[in-house]
Ligand binder design. Sequence first.
Ligand SMILES: Cc1cc2nc3c(=O)[nH]c(=O)nc-3n(C[C@H](O)[C@H](O)[C@H](O)COP(=O)(O)OP(=O)(O)OC[C@H]3O[C@@H](n4cnc5c(N)ncnc54)[C@H](O)[C@@H]3O)c2cc1C
Length: 243
Amino acid sequence: MNRHEFQRMRHELRRRTLTVTQVQPLSPRMTRVEFAGEDLKGFVSPAFDDHIKLFFGDAMRDFTPRRFDASRGTLTIDFALHADGPAMRWVRSAKPGTQLEIGGPRGSIVVPDDFDWYLLVCDETGLPALGRKLEELRAGVPVTGLVSVASAAEEQALQTRAQWNPRWLPREVLGEDVAATLRQALGDFVRPKGEGFVWIAAESSVARAVRDEVVGKYKHPAEWVKAASYWKRGEADSHERLD
Ligand SMILES: Cc1cc2nc3c(=O)[nH]c(=O)nc-3n(C[C@H](O)[C@H](O)[C@H](O)COP(=O)(O)OP(=O)(O)OC[C@H]3O[C@@H](n4cnc5c(N)ncnc54)[C@H](O)[C@@H]3O)c2cc1C
């Protein structure tokens, strides 16, 4: 395979019924739910930013498989809490024994760990994928995170062998204009030498603004940028790839 070549994979699409085994608050606005179940046999999730569909009655929403442990037969999903929606109503009442149907991932885009550095930009909804990426990266590779969070209480201690430089950007202090905050943080970011991969996941207008800045202003090669809208203000169930 060529250097930096992304690998696209398709998976068998199956619906699975899982049972909650544990619900754990990670921070005031992030709840971790662990699931188990026979149906997890054959589950695969090769890419850090894979998504699965969670079914809440007639509604379905996209979430990241934060961790899949095939040997224990468990799947972990982290829910960023916000005001309301089917996912929020479900997670607020979830307890051991609660069941949930999931589907996917339908496909994965695997980014090879052969870049010289990484820049991961997101809000809370991208934090599960970011955490997973950190766990997967090789030892010593420089990775910077620009993470918009509600407050400093949302900062997570993430495990990694990489050289992790987090910049937590609390909206409580820096204000609600997340695009402006991230633009400023991008301006402060000192690029390491070599070729980098940039990943962006946030509210639609924010993800777009950050991608435009990275590709337009900083001339980062577009093929090494992966940007997605993970939610859209005022709109339910929104997902859009921006590349
Ligand atoms: C590929 C992908 C992976 C994702 N992975 C995760 C994940 O692992 N964990 C996670 O928590 N989220 C994740 N998300 C985001 C999640 O799918 C959305 O936040 C989704 O809208 C939540 O559904 P809901 O039922 O809570 O709200 P919805 O019914 O979809 O929306 C109701 C209202 O809430 C607003 N809203 C939605 N999300 C937020 C938010 N985060 N903050 C403030 N307002 C919001 C909407 O604009 C709408 O007005 C992911 C999204 C994508 C596309």
